[in-house]
Design a protein around this ligand. Sequence first.
Ligand SMILES: [Zn+2]
Ligand SMILES: [Zn+2]
Length: 87
Amino acid sequence: MSAVGGGYGVETCAWRHGRGKEGAYGRCHVCMGKGSLPVSRPAQKCPDCLCTGRREEAPGEPCARCGGTGWEGAYRPAANTSGTAPR
Ligand SMILES: [Zn+2]
Ligand SMILES: [Zn+2]
């Protein structure tokens, strides 16, 4: 069972297809290199990028809707590092 908390499941990060390895952009900035990330249940694939995490017109850019996760309602660690982080 996941320890993420209520309403979330763990899904594979679409940006690097779960590899979380080094690439043209270095470590995956979507999942912080973990290869997976929490997604609110029920997990729904992003309709904009069809769960690829990429913009069709600009494959090098992360999908604006899902931030490159490929999922709707995904929790993005990278997106939550700004501002005050709850401890
Ligand atoms: Zn990733
Ligand atoms: Zn998307």
